[in-house]
Design a binder for this molecule. Sequence first.
Ligand code: 1CP
Length: 342
Amino acid sequence: MTSSFIQVLNGQPKNPVPIWMMRQAGRHLPEYLALRSQAKNFLDFCYSPAMAAEATLQPIQRYDMDAAILFADILLVLDAMGFNVEFEKRIGPLVETIAPDKPLKQVPVETAVSRLSPVYETVRRVRQKLPFDKVLIGFCGAPWTVALYAIEGRGGTDKSVARSWAYLHPSALKNLLDAIIEISALYLKGQVDAGADAVMLFESWAEGLPDNVFQQIVCQPNAALIARLRDLGVTVPIIGFPRGAGTVLGNFVSSVPVNGVGLDTSISPDFVNQTVPTNIAVQGHLDPLLLIAGGEALDQRVRDILTAYKHRPHIFNLGHGVRPETPIAHVQRVVDLVREGV
Ligand code: 1CP
């Protein structure tokens, strides 16, 4: 039988709605911290199928979530492409950068894809252990977000260097995006062949782009990645997440053929209902900071989000990832409220 999670992604509303949370695995869980301390570094952790599978399953064992998300990172794709990638404590990822006038290092695509094979093994192990009614979400970074790390070396910048490439070095940017699209498509196919039931494309740095540039470097590459995936025979539902798209969210859903769209904390449910066609599932919104704060305001916001999307396909989620300081009791409370339904 198809899980209600997949039914929602296929366009059917459900009450109660399915729930999962971005970064549900990770530092807010003591069991994650214990496991993480056993690994030499974060990349080793991601490339260890035993540890990564355990981290993927931890939130499912603790909470009644409807989906597990593969434990990995969007920067594994750059690592596989031959970029030096390091994760610094308290700073985040640092990536070797490329210059617009230098050719891309060409690790053959097959080599890059096989370097990611521990991730496929993680997917296999998780799918074997996961109850049949729980969904396993595979993922990768969407092309522009991955390209941004290759150009700027880190996230959380004002993106001006990478954004200028759209004007100053459009063909170098296109070459980089095309290389990321091809390996990402093969990587996601590997995840789906290993047992992922749906995939999500994280476009975390989509904020603040002019509409024409948004079309060129976010919408077109996301659409090209999906076209390539379908071409490779991948049929599972796809969730897009153009974080910070704001008023151009409508451009994204009209030009990128996603089954579901992730919503950040900044747009209103009213805007979403006016902008996103009802055959596309929505997920997201809840502020991770409100999840930390808890109390009546959290309960009210959860109910408001459920009510706003009562008549359309909806998966409950946050507008961004669970933060390390989040109390477990608050996550539990949200799961309980969502299970009650509206
Ligand atoms: O010490 C640690 O444990 C490192 C923290 C951490 C974790 C738990 C990083 C470093 N990555 C991850 C896992 C991860 N990353 C997952 C699987 C876990 C889950 O969701 O439950 C996923 C889906 C990601 C995706 C990811 N990585 C994104 C897209 C989502 C988002 O947050 O917008 C991005 C942008 C990254 C890059 C990255 N990796 C790690 C950090 C701290 C960051 C973001 C910040 C930065 O670039 O500065």
